[in-house]
Write a protein that binds this ligand. Structure first.
Ligand code: A3P
Length: 286
């Protein structure tokens, strides 16, 4: 049965991590200056950015992305394998994925020049994606209903805590040279421009053919067909893709097909209250 493991007030999916791992991650894991972090709140485009980072790392050559699963290419920071896989990793840079809120993230990040790409998505679309993911994945509790999950989401009673706290916590780094704020919506509406922006942030200058290759292999269609990117390698007991595919719809604005008018108004009210002091304007705010 799915259980969460609470660590300093935040629930983590139990199957993938222990308290010891989390304590190690926060207090002992040594971030290196050349590390590249792919940080997100769940269902915000984590896998998409992991794919883009892999392809940037290989200068657009898709061989790595097509032969090695994404969880080995861009492993999880908050994982039982952190020590084994990350500490002993020889490759430079290390590409690392994480959902950890800023306040619990490795303390050694503050002393390093490691680069962080933080990807945000319209929280209404995050909630819809999370709803389907919770139904198909063993890591998340099966939601009673969409409305029930929405109430939990709004109060932060979900794994990795409140979306609002997660986003505002990481946004404290906006303006730092080693922090790039990215959005799912930018990826969706302008994948090429986003790939260029991420590449530039990582100090890479590519010719058009390389950019074309990165874009081609990071499209929804390519990733849906690539079992190294779409979690099809995982047995059904972990992710039952017959219930809902991991690469589900891959669009912006799917929330309009799921929220009632009342739910949307309630969500907007909480959003306005919680994001009142946020000066960043997101694509969905415009
Ligand atoms: P949907 O459930 O809305 O389809 P994460 O990787 O953070 O768990 O996010 C998963 C979401 O990102 C899913 O959203 C998935 O379809 C979407 N996604 C992953 N790769 C994508 C791509 N190349 N293009 C568009 N959406 C993508």
């Amino acid at each position: 049965m799915c259980e969460y493991i609470p660590y300093k007030g935040i629930d983590f999916p139990h199957l993938s991590v222990t308290l010891k791992d989390l304590n190690f991650m926060e207090n002992e894991f040594q971030v290196r200056d050349d590390d590249i972090f792919n940080v997100t709140y769940p269902k915000s485009g984590t896998t998409w950015v992991a794919e883009i980072l892999s392809l940037i790392d290989t200068n657009g050559d898709p061989t790595w992305s097509k032969t090695i699963p994404n969880w080995e290419r861009v492993p999880w920071l908050e994982s039982p394998d952190t020590v084994e896989i990350l500490q002993n990793k020889k490759e430079i840079p290390r590409l690392i994925t994480s959902h950890v809120p800023k306040q619990l993230f490795c303390k050694s990040l503050a002393r390093s020049k490691a680069k962080v790409i933080y990807t945000v998505r319209n929280p209404k679309d995050v909630l819809v994606s999370l709803y389907y993911f919770s139904k198909m994945s063993v890591y998340y509790k099966d939601p009673k209903s969409f409305g029930d999950l929405m109430e939990k989401f709004l109060t932060g009673d979900v794994p990795y805590g409140s979306w609002f706290d997660h986003v505002t916590g990481w946004l404290e780094l906006v303006g730092k040279d080693n922090f790039l704020l990215n959005t799912y919506e930018d990826l969706y509406w302008d994948l090429r421009g986003s790939v260029l922006r991420i590449s530039k942030f990582l100090g890479k200058k590519f010719d058009n053919a390389v950019i074309d290759s990165i874009v081609e292999h990071a499209t929804f269609k390519s990733m849906k067909e690539n079992d190294m990117a779409n979690f099809r390698l995982l047995p059904n007991v972990y992710m039952d893709q017959d219930k809902s595919p991991f690469m589900r719809k891959g669009v912006t604005g799917d929330w309009k097909n799921h929220f009632t008018v009342a739910q949307s108004e309630r969500f907007d009210k909480v959003y306005r209250e919680k994001m009142h002091d946020c000066t960043v304007k997101f694509p969905w705010d415009r």
